[in-house]
Design a protein around this ligand. Sequence first.
Ligand code: AR6
Length: 186
Amino acid sequence: MNGCLMHRFLSNRVIVKSGDITNEKVDAIVNAANSSLLGGGGVDGAIHRAGGCSILEECRKIRSTRYPDGLPTGEAVITTAGNLPSKYVIHTVGPVYSASSQPEAELKNCYLNSLALLKKQGLRSIVFPAISTGVYGYPKEEAAAISSLAVRQFLETDDTIEKVVFIFYSLSDMDVFIKNQKFAQL
Ligand code: AR6
């Protein structure tokens, strides 16, 4: 059954599993948003649907006060999580693979900036979806290597974050990640 298999890395600080991110109960789940911050399809649509209107209202406020031109790729902002079981949603914008001149750096920034924001807020647990690997077309193998290295790099210099989860909608996506992750090597 989907969701039964779980892999652990980095002394159990990192968990890799399959499931629906909107069911996760942690300090913060990450939304693979677009720069408008006003919702979309995929994981973004699922989070806004399950979380309710308050998330969108906070996103609108962030747009009008801090990012009138939209959230730049690789940056991250935080809102509360409305009706979701988690406390917060961190919204980040991944690169559109075919349109970006530096997709690797931008994807890495999504993970690093989300973790930095989590830490700044004094939060300790986070769940990431596979940012940019859906509509935005990032090859899943490459995204696995980049995201795992970014998280490993961050956790090596941090002693406050307790749990980082990578969640995949399908077991086959999880398997691709497991085969290409770089937690064990630098
Ligand atoms: N739980 C976990 N993973 C999910 C879920 C879910 N509920 N739903 C989808 N995924 P995508 P992107 C996986 O397209 O590529 C939106 O319209 C999915 O299988 O959601 O960063 C935004 O508004 C895939 O592996 O995000 C943007 O416009 C991964 O999440 C654009 O899509 C990411 O797929 C962002 O594209």
